[in-house]
Design a protein around this ligand. Sequence first.
Ligand SMILES: Cc1ncc(COP(=O)(O)O)c(C=O)c1O
Length: 368
Amino acid sequence: MKTSVPFQDLYPANRLVENAFLQGAAKLYRESAFSGGPYVESFEKAFGRYLGAPHCLGLNSGTSAVHLALAALGIGPGDEVVVPAFTFVGSAWGILYCGAKPVFADVEADTACIDPESLAAVLTPRTKAVIVVHLFGRPAPMDRIKAVLKARKGPRIALIEDAAQAHGAVWKGRQIGTLGDAGCFSFYPSKNLGAAGEAGAVVTKSAALAEKIARLRNHGQKVRYQHEMLGFNYRMDGLQGLFLEKKLVHLERMNADREGIAAAYLAGLDNPEVTPLDGGPGSAWHLFVCRVPRRKTFLAHLDKKGVGYGIHYPLILPELPPFQSRQGNPARYPNALALSRSVVSLPLYYGMPSEHVERVIDAVDGWR
Ligand SMILES: Cc1ncc(COP(=O)(O)O)c(C=O)c1O
């Protein structure tokens, strides 16, 4: 009896830093450097340097990152913010937290990233920001997106990158996350750069934005107990700063490993009913996602073969109750809807044994 092929195993990546982290944690423990502080600051410097971003603000999650990017840009009631209809909900919560209106754009059928034409069609004089999601690690078409925003007459629209799934992804030689006004990262444990718990960050080249986010994450204060604005408690834990700085050293290697697995899938998968999404150049290969119109029977087949899988994501945002009343009929986003009903993510993680990759390929190619 063959062992099953898990969808994910985070331990191979976390094993790379196990000793260094545990030793560092013992020191941190004695110092009680638990909330914010030197370990977070050290990681912020390292991650900013890695990306080529002048400012990096460590936070408690990627959801908080998008929220504070919007809040620092002054987004509020009456403003519209465009977000793709097909993404993880964390891309969009921040719009509601700010009291603004989410406006959905469709995505491209073959990449699952925002469709620049759909984006152009939903802009209004009230559009204040666009959240571009580099979904599954694939860089969104930034030049076409920027051209749409530039062509729009009226006040400038802010560009926020949701790079929660795209640590180390590259667009025309530049790091994803550094191409707009703010880049938002999640370090949720399963991400390409995953923490030992919850964490996130915003990067920006704007000193003013960075300064505002620094205050917003810390109860709206710069000087202790002088709360100048509505604030939040969104600080990063010291332990996460420590862990992430140790792990960042391995990010390129881990991403190269993911790319190798994706390449093996692309070379080996040969089933006309299973179509991988276009990863494009520079992808961080967070997930390997295929479109499978007969998904239900395909999943039953994978179950039988002991192959794990994920569905990212089974519903689109306009279908979810917190968003339903705000933006009409899901049928207005046909590509997003079709993707949500057909996507299947195959196992892909740092350290996945090549024998497991082969077993996935055999299982997919053997399905009729
Ligand atoms: C595309 C995307 N945006 C936002 C988030 C939110 O990040 P977090 O879970 O750290 O709040 C995630 C991850 O969960 C994500 O995948």
